[in-house]
Ligand binder design. Structure first.
Ligand code: 48F
Length: 260
């Protein structure tokens, strides 16, 4: 093998990360949260040609996929989501009429791989702290390094986008930043909280109600339930993928209309 120095490695990492970060200061779409909904939304938006950044506070994107149910790393899918699984090359096994199981590691790794290859820039170890608002529109996200956020008083940085997607799951972290300030005072969103387990009902809601909740702020996946008191659903993931795909179509349409 050819000889190289440690400082060459350092320089290559600093330069290439810097290029990635600079290219995503201004975006078409910023997705907050790299669970199933965020990764699928990113994949379809990038496939449509949009510039997409995804910020994920943890080291590994994949969100709630990895642990399956109670740490048993298998997840369940309804047949309606099979076309998405096929499109991204993830295998599903038919177990009962209309219900399939998928290896959770294959699902998480496969969705990450496809999103990045489609052009999504994933910035992991980056935590959303706040949003930027101009006029009455969300115009970007205020982020910090996960190891710094909430630990040290170090100011964050801002990344901008025409659309911000809250895909932070149960936390609904982006929604909460504006809800606690009273942005939804006259709306049912103000007092909504995620409902208790009802798997079938929850799966419907995350797909049907995915969309724009405030100008510039979109919801997909479990965060939808925090805005409309939808039920939680546990380790069945068809709704998450379908919700991500639906919001990608809606955002794509909205951006194409505004860009003329
Ligand atoms: O929780 P998560 O997987 O959300 P989802 O895509 O899927 C929900 C399911 O996993 C499960 C379920 C299935 O039926 O009910 O709960 O809606 O992924 C959310 C991601 O957002 C990240 C978090 O680490 C996770 O990877 N996240 C949460 N808060 C922040 C964040 C934040 N403040 N900044 C950045 N990332």
């Amino acid at each position: 093998m050819r000889e190289f120095s440690e400082t060459q490695i350092t320089r290559l990492i600093v330069d290439s990360y810097h290029e990635k970060l600079v290219s995503r200061i201004v975006n078409d779409v910023i997705i907050v949260g790299g669970g199933p909904a965020g990764l699928v939304a990113g994949f379809y938006l990038a496939e449509q040609g949009f510039k997409v950044a995804l910020v994920e506070k943890r080291l590994s994107p994949g969100g709630g996929i990895w642990g399956g149910g109670m740490g048993m790393n298998e997840v369940v899918f309804q047949e309606e989501a099979l076309p998405i699984l096929r499109e991204v090359g993830i295998r599903a096994e038919l177990r009962q009429e209309g219900l399939y199981t998928v290896d959770a590691v294959e699902l998480a790794a496969g969705l990450c791989f496809k999103a990045v290859q489609a052009g999504v820039a994933i910035l992991n170890l980056v935590t959303l702290e706040d949003v930027s608002v101009h006029g009455e529109r969300i115009t970007g996200v205020v982020v910090n390094r996960t190891g710094i956020s909430g630990v040290m008083h170090v100011d964050p940085l801002t990344l901008s986008a025409k659309a911000v997607l809250d895909a932070t799951g149960h936390e609904a972290a982006v929604l909460q930043t504006i809800r606690r300030r009273g942005f939804f005072r006259d709306s049912p969103v103000a007092g909504a909280i995620e409902g208790p387990m009802n798997a079938s009902a929850g799966e419907e809601v995350v797909v049907q109600q995915a969309g724009e909740v405030y100008p510039g702020l979109w919801l997909a996946g479990m965060s939808v339930c925090s805005a409309c008191s939808g039920s939680r659903m546990g380790p069945i993931f068809g709704g998450m993928l379908l919700s991500g795909k639906r919001v990608a179509e809606l955002i794509g349409k909205a951006l194409s209309e505004t860009d003329g």
